[in-house]
Design a protein around this ligand. Structure first.
Ligand code: FE2
Length: 279
């Protein structure tokens, strides 16, 4: 499916955009499945907020346990200063993660579309394992900024080489908080690492390299229609700004690693029960 030029482009740029690679009807199924999960979520009993601000502090057992479950996380902006919910549930969730591919039949079937396994082999994988999946809502008005980061800081393998697959469930543009990437930025060093001390069940972000994050003029907006697929290297810096518009920007992401690579024990994401999911 990928041309040799696209394979080369991915290797050089650290990312590749495949516009409208998936039918609208396929992504619509994901959206309905995600909304069904939210409908069954007990928002009054679980108030875990997902934020990438404040150096990733505040990740708790609910977050760690989501590695092998389907958990919903709230937007910071959905709660007032007293912790009271300001929005209906379907407009308050930041994301759902991280074992959708194991536990929800609609997401499992989507991940098993031949397209993904084929793409990954074409960019060099021998046996890609799917480690995590997320459904991201980027809610209208409150969908928070995700600061510059490299996904490799959160998913460490040896040798390094996690790949992100980002699927636009809805149209993404600069008004509703699309991805911004730094092409060729995958050549820069890994700047941070998020590690968990499992005795204390506490994670922390450590600086590895003082290379500054890209400047505004180095960032390229990935404005794509629903059904588009973006593949990116785990060292490629990327961010998304707050959604200031009245349109949501739903996306589904998958992260894979080579089966033969060693998965770090200090990764927050561990799958001792669910095990391998090969694409
Ligand atoms: Fe990311």
């Amino acid at each position: 499916m990928l041309s040799s030029r696209q394979v080369q482009q991915y290797a050089e740029q650290g990312c590749l955009v495949l516009e409208a690679a998936i039918n609208q009807s396929e992504v619509e199924l994901l959206k309905q499945a995600a909304l069904a999960i939210v409908e069954n979520f007990d928002i009054n009993n679980q108030r875990s907020v997902f934020s990438t601000g404040d150096r990733d502090r505040g990740r708790d057992d609910y977050f760690f346990d989501s590695a092998e479950n389907i958990h919903c996380f709230l937007e910071e902006g959905a709660l007032d200063e007293h912790g009271a919910l300001q929005k209906p549930a379907d407009l308050a969730i930041n994301k759902i993660g991280h074992a959708l591919h194991d536990l929800d039949p609609v997401f499992k079937a989507f991940c098993e579309l031949p397209l993904f396994g084929r793409l990954l082999r074409e960019i060099g994988y021998a046996c890609p394992l799917l480690w995590q999946t997320m459904y991201i809502f980027k809610q209208p008005h409150i969908g928070g900024e995700v600061r510059w980061h490299q996904d490799g800081s959160y998913l460490i393998s040896d040798p390094p080489g996690v790949t992100g697959i980002w699927v636009a469930v809805e149209d993404a543009d600069r008004n509703n908080g699309c991805l911004w990437v730094q092409p060729r930025g995958q050549q820069s060093p890994l700047r941070e690492i998020y590690e968990v001390d499992w005795i204390k069940r506490q994670g922390s972000l450590r600086i590895l390299d003082s290379t500054p994050w890209p400047q505004t003029h180095e960032a390229v907006a990935v404005e794509v229609p629903a059904g588009s697929v973006v593949i990116f290297h785990d060292h490629m810096p990327h961010y998304s700004s707050q959604n200031f518009s009245d349109k949501s920007r739903h996306a589904f992401t998958m992260h894979v690693a080579e089966k033969s690579a060693n998965w770090s024990n200090s990764n927050w994401l561990q799958r001792p029960v669910l095990g391998n999911f090969e694409l």
